[in-house]
Design a protein. Structure first.
Length: 308
């Protein structure tokens, strides 16, 4: 239905120098993702709406601004303001960070956490099936995690994330019939960030538990920080586009869209296994395993040319 609506209204993403598709493709798939996530979470999380109104408002803010950007191309400062506002709304709920004794630092940390995850998945949405597949696998990781622990609202959110991404992949897996746009990728990042905040709320103990949400989303987070460092070193804005993301470099080496997507899924599966180790009592072994995992991934990304 959304594909037909996009065709009628000519709401397509045209080919360009920073695009990998060769024909105009519908770009408003984020509408379906946003609606399915909101409905799924509301049904699965009984009483969640009343307890976490700030999360729903944050979801609405991110989704609305993302959709406006898909339609009209908004400025970077405006999009960042929306993401910070979403972080502030979540900081008003019991799911805000509580690492510091100072409330201002906890609120600022929550905003930064949301901003990083939202932009990481936005940056990673540069090839067919990538952002949806990786976010869906992260959701699956949290689903498996919550089967081993006390029930949490995160389980409902994780199931909704997994289901929404799996359904969207029917249309977005290479060759994609529709793109999610910023209204989809930033919303996925927000939901993954919320799952991390919910995990911290359940596992408040200091230790390698702190690493688990970062390791689960390790692939898009690493690609994001490499892109920011690469662009700052060149003296350009961190939000200026280029074709040196990990998935771009694989395409340059002759990989087609499907192997790139499947390779990202496989790498995410390895990161999920590494994240699961962070939930083990032997923190020293967990720390060593995670350091080794990120070390190999970082060396591989640099070898491909991510910092050139």
């Amino acid at each position: 239905m959304i594909c037909r609506f996009a065709d009628r209204r000519k709401l397509h993403d045209p080919p360009g120098s920073l695009k990998i598709h060769s024909i105009p493709t519908a770009r408003i798939g984020g509408i379906a993702i946003g609606i399915s996530l909101a409905v799924g979470i509301s049904i699965g999380g009984e009483g969640f709406f009343s307890r976490a109104l700030g999360f729903y408002l944050a979801l609405l803010v991110i989704w609305t601004v993302g959709l406006l950007d898909d339609l009209f191309t908004l400025s970077v400062p405006l999009r960042l303001m929306a993401q910070v506002s979403a972080g502030l709304l979540i900081a008003l709920t019991p799911w805000r960070l509580s690492f510091f004794s100072n409330s201002f630092l906890n609120i600022a940390g929550t905003c930064f956490f949301v901003l990083i995850f939202a932009n990481s998945f936005n940056f990673f949405d540069g090839a067919d099936g990538l952002a949806a597949g990786v976010a869906g696998l992260v959701g699956l990781g949290y689903i498996l995690l919550y089967t081993l622990h006390a029930d949490s609202v995160g389980a409902a959110v994780a199931w909704s994330l997994f289901g929404s991404c799996a359904a969207f992949l029917f249309f977005n897996f290479p060759p994609a019939k529709i793109f999610m746009g910023d209204s989809g990728s930033t919303v996925l990042g927000l939901v993954v960030a919320f799952l991390g905040l919910d995990f911290y709320r359940v596992h408040y103990a200091i230790g390698t538990h702190l690493l688990l949400p970062l390791v689960f989303a390790g692939l898009p987070l690493m690609d994001f920080f490499l892109a920011v460092f690469r662009r700052l070193r060149k003296g350009v804005s961190p939000f200026s586009g280029d074709r040196q993301h990990i998935y771009d470099l694989l395409r340059h080496r002759g990989w087609s869209a499907r192997p790139v997507a499947l390779g990202a899924y496989l790498a995410t599966g390895v990161f999920l296994l590494g994240g699961a180790l962070c939930d083990q009592p032997n923190w020293l072994f967990s720390l060593f395993a995670v350091a080794l995992l990120f070390g190999y991934a970082l060396v591989g990304a640099i070898w491909l040319g991510s910092l050139r």
